[in-house]
Design a protein around this ligand. Structure first.
Ligand code: 5GP
Ligand code: MN
Length: 349
């Protein structure tokens, strides 16, 4: 079948990427802190690609990834930087190529930022976030892509064709596309996405099983935490078509919270009739700050609100930030933001 996908890289970009990969012997494949399905899908798909080409590649994440992604093929080979800093520093220092996937700036590497930016290895970035910084010599940044995994699929297939793409690569790429689009419920109306899904299915992947692996994997504690949040901690502001959930450190202890347990919770209140914005505040358990997550539907600009009020940024419908103040002050700030954005929230602006 003739591919309906246009080549995403120019001839010269493709040649340069090919030369960089060809010339590399020790490759680090990395992604942003607190990796999600797209970040893990991208680093694992790329690592499998390197391995099938006989290259030494190490998938490395800045900190731990959630349990619901541990089933992914190759996950057992992922090195967690903050668990073995000194050894990992040596691995990074020995690398001649660092592949940066699903993030746009070295700050998103936390503790890994220093060894990566100080490394003399060549660096490339493949990403779909806004405002990429220029710490890599070769970069593809496409905000119109649903996910880094979609972008990566298109690059790998442009380079080598579909035929050599393996089952493992297909599983990883599908996982990233599925998770970054909320199971194809947002950022997912371009027909190419479903063409790619169709092509990935020809590799024998079981998309229903992948869905269950990721989403039907709650621990009893995580399930009860969700129930508690929705019943006790959800504040709905119908006058602003918005809602707020908060989670303290004490509550996280009470529900034996593990990293990634609250992933996706912020999306749920958007299911309320007429809701346009959902805000989630969570006291960080590793650092002394409150993590802010914003999700919206339609044209409400979460990124503008995150920049203006929460020291952050992000996409139109998904943004985040950080506050270093007590929870009651953070809640007051959210309410102030809601009042200021009332016309936009109500769709009157
Ligand atoms: P999440 O709510 O999942 O933590 O973040 C959603 C999106 O918001 C991320 O994909 C990222 O683009 C953006 N984001 C999250 N936290 C920050 C932050 O602290 N600073 C900036 N600039 N963007 C963030
Ligand atoms: Mn992504």
């Amino acid at each position: 079948m003739i591919s309906m996908l246009e080549n995403l890289l120019s001839e010269s970009e493709a040649r340069k990427l090919d030369a960089l990969l060809e010339g590399a012997n020790h490759i680090i494949v990395t992604c942003h802190v607190s990796p999600d399905g797209d970040a893990m899908g991208a680093i694992l798909a790329f690592s499998h690609y390197c391995w099938r080409k006989g290259k030494d590649a190490v998938p490395m994440v800045p900190n731990i990834f959630p349990d619901f992604l541990k089933w992914m093929p190759g996950a057992e080979r992922v090195r967690i930087y903050e668990r073995h800093e000194t050894e990992s520093d040596a691995v990074i220092a020995a690398a001649d190529l660092i592949v940066c996937l699903d993030f746009n700036a070295p700050d998103r590497l936390l503790g890994m930022k220093k060894p990566v930016t100080e490394s003399t290895a060549r660096k490339i970035m493949i990403d779909h976030h806004l405002d990429p910084s220029d710490f890599c010599e070769w970069r593809v940044s496409r905000q119109d892509m649903s996910s880094t995994c979609e972008l990566l699929y298109r690059i790998l297939v442009q380079m080598d064709g579909l035929e050599p793409l393996t089952y493992e690569e297909a599983v990883c790429l599908y996982t990233g596309m599925m998770t970054d689009t909320g199971c194809f419920s947002y950022n997912s109306s371009r027909s190419e996405i479903y063409y790619i899904v169709g092509q990935l299915l020809t590799k024998g992947i079981d998309k229903d099983k992948i869905y269950r692996n990721v989403f039907y994997s709650y621990s009893p504690d995580r399930f009860r935490l969700l129930g508690y949040l929705l019943y006790v901690k959800l504040d709905v502001f119908p006058e602003f078509r918005a809602s707020l959930m908060t989670l303290t450190r004490e509550e996280q202890r009470r529900f034996s919270h593990k990293k990634g347990d609250t992933e996706g919770f912020v999306n749920i209140p958007l299911q309320i009739n007429k809701a346009r914005l959902s805000v989630f505040l969570r006291e960080d358990t590793e650092r002394n700050c409150i993590r802010v997550s914003l999700r919206s539907v339609d044209d409400f600009p979460c990124n503008r609100m995150a920049t203006e009020f929460f020291n952050g940024g992000g996409h139109l419908n998904a943004a985040g930030g950080e506050l270093s103040c007590p929870m009651d002050e953070a809640i007051a700030l959210v309410k102030k933001a809601l009042r200021q954005y009332a016309p936009l929230l109500k769709g009157e602006a």
